[in-house]
Design a protein around this ligand. Structure first.
Ligand SMILES: [Zn+2]
Length: 572
């Protein structure tokens, strides 16, 4: 997209997307987005700040680093002459504007790059200013929002420009250690050294519609490879598909999305007891089930094979259904940052009874097309890595995690193996055992073997009444142990995969009742029950210190060792 922002004094400007002649004031009112074709024209830093922050809340940081020409660079003109011209042309001191501000009344520090100033290039002063902005965010204990627009490192300052990638990244790392949210907003264009550092190593990466981001620019890649580039290469949608960004956001929605992210991060940093949500007693229903009636309540008819069929019913509510009904304000985050966005795993920030949580779950679907599109809820390594990224982010921000498990198993394909499926599952299990924030897992449908456990190492493991959780599918088990006849129902009974069985084994803590006869008959009622159960189990965990949580979680899984199980059996 080559749309150009209108210049002062012009009444009309031509859209770079569709070439329509547009009245300038109308275009500006529309945030420099063409009303005809939706092309997003480039926006300079002062205008961007006006669009994003609460009116009157922006205060520029006071620092004015000294002018530098560290290597005495001269091309057709000496570098200082180019700086002077850039200053005159933009009215800015450098290619970034930094300051404190509020978005939706949430305080933060912003650094907004301006492409008009020497292509938004990253030199020593730009690096210093963004680092100071990050340090100010750390000192104030507030999030850092970066809006990037850059061709890359500034060649006129030689290798010192390259060093800025490390300098700023180090400041981002300090915010990460302190549990302060960092967000980058990629705008068009973001390339080279900026793309390969603070534009992408933040907690959350948003891409504005129409933005392009990459390490190498398209011209260079074409030269080096001698090949034409695929359609839409390096565009925001391409980046989303390839797991590089959390979401693509049109300019009109950008402020709202940032406000939602800042709100979640702020709530996560508040101690639980002061977070303003009243402590909730377990619902009578859940309390009754938790009180020991669970094992009988969950076994109407009692046949394990019938439960397997219910757990797999295509009408059963999916994770996205629950996010719509049991939770509020879901903001989906995408991608593993390594090359893919697995459709079988969905996750992001949401609110549960007003409290921000990170929700991650398997996603199946109701129709054949949905099921195929979601790979039947079978996560690829990219799906596991996305889940891992999100639960770690939750821990850094002090947000509790709710996982919704519904998968026949991890993706068993060739590509999944090539990309390290086993190690991806293993890493999730390891990370969840030591995650310093509360985790509540709910098996909502099928809990299929390692793929299920990759999201189900938790402080509390709940299970819907007609869900199943098993080391292998009944069909898989039957094929191995009863090879001569169809024995899946028999295998289902032998595997002890229903909720009551797993409660008896201590693997599951509580059952979530389903509306009769099963969840798909009344998804709204199922959502209410899930919400009540999760709240009842999550709220008491919020006041537990992280170290205690992790110790108890380890003990929980340690007790499944043979010696402990033997001791329990002996004590009976
Ligand atoms: Zn247009």
């Amino acid at each position: 997209m080559t749309a150009t922002a209108p210049r002062e004094g012009q009444l009309w400007s031509r859209c770079g997307g569709c070439a329509t002649l547009l009245y300038r004031k109308r275009l500006r009112r529309n945030l420099d987005v063409c009303p005809e074709c939706g092309a997003h024209a480039r926006v300079d830093a002062p205008e961007r700040l006006l669009q994003l922050v609460d009116p009157g809340s922006f205060t520029a940081l006071p620092e004015r680093p000294a002018e530098v020409d560290p290597i005495g660079f001269v091309d057709l003109l000496p570098y200082p002459h180019r700086l002077t011209a850039a200053r005159a042309g933009t009215g800015l001191a450098e290619a970034v504007v930094c300051g404190t501000a509020a978005l939706g009344r949430h305080p933060c520090v912003l650094a907004v790059m301006d492409f008009r100033f020497l292509g938004g290039s990253l030199g020593c002063v730009v690096g210093e200013l963004i680092t100071l902005a990050a340090e100010r965010a750390l000192a104030d204990g507030v999030p850092l929002v970066l809006v990037t627009a850059s061709g890359g490192a500034r060649m006129q300052e030689g290798a010192l420009s390259l060093m800025q990638m490390a300098t700023v990244s180090q400041a981002i790392a300090a915010l990460r250690e302190a549990g302060l949210l960092t967000v980058s907003v990629l705008t068009d264009p973001t390339y080279g050294g900026v793309a390969a550092s603070f534009a992408t190593n933040t907690d959350v990466v948003l891409a504005e519609s129409g933005a392009r981001m990459g390490f190498a620019g398209p011209r260079v890649i074409r030269q080096v490879t001698g090949r034409e580039l695929p359609e839409g290469f390096q565009t925001a949608d391409f980046l989303l598909r390839h797991g590089q960004v959390d979401m693509v956001v049109p300019r009109h929605a950008l402020r709202g999305r940032l406000v939602a992210l800042l709100a979640a991060a702020r709530a996560g940093r508040r101690p639980a007891s002061r977070a303003g949500v009243p402590r909730q007693e377990p619902s009578p229903l859940v309390a009754r089930l938790a009180g020991g009636a669970a094992t009988t309540a969950a076994a109407p008819g009692g046949d394990a094979w019938e439960t397997v069929r219910l757990a797999r019913h295509p009408g059963r509510p999916t994770t996205l259904d629950y996010l719509e009904t049991a939770f509020d304000g879901f903001v989906e985050l995408h991608g593993d940052r390594l090359g893919a966005d697995c459709p079988a795993v969905v996750g992001g920030l949401a609110r549960l009874d007003g409290r921000p949580v990170m929700v991650v779950g398997h996603q199946k679907g109701h129709t054949t097309a949905e099921l195929v599109g979601r790979n039947f809820g079978m996560a690829s390594p990219a799906g596991h890595r996305k889940a891992l990224r999100l639960v770690r982010l939750a821990a850094r921000l002090g947000l509790p995690v709710v996982t919704l498990v519904d998968t026949p198993g991890a993706d068993p394909g060739v590509r999944a193996e090539e990309q390290g499926q086993a190690a991806a599952i293993a890493e999730n299990i390891l990370a969840l055992t030591v995650l310093p924030t509360p985790v509540v897992a709910v098996i909502t449908g099928e809990g299929g073997s390692g793929g299920a456990l990759a999201l189900a190492v938790a402080d509390r493991v709940l299970m819907l009444q007609h869900a199943v959780y098993s080391v292998i599918s009944p069909e898989g088990c039957a094929a191995i142990l009863w090879p001569d006849r169809p024995a899946a129902p028999q295998a289902a009974r032998a595997l002890r995969l229903t909720g009551p069985d797993l409660c008896r084994l201590g693997i599951v803590d509580d059952l979530v009742p389903e509306p009769a006869p099963a969840a798909h008959h009344d998804p709204q009622a199922a959502a209410r029950a899930l919400r009540e159960a999760v709240l009842a189990h999550l709220l008491p965990l919020l006041d537990v210190p992280p170290a205690t949580l992790v110790r108890r979680r380890r003990q929980r899984f340690r007790r499944f060792g043979a010696a402990r199980l033997g001791a329990r059996a002996g004590a009976r």
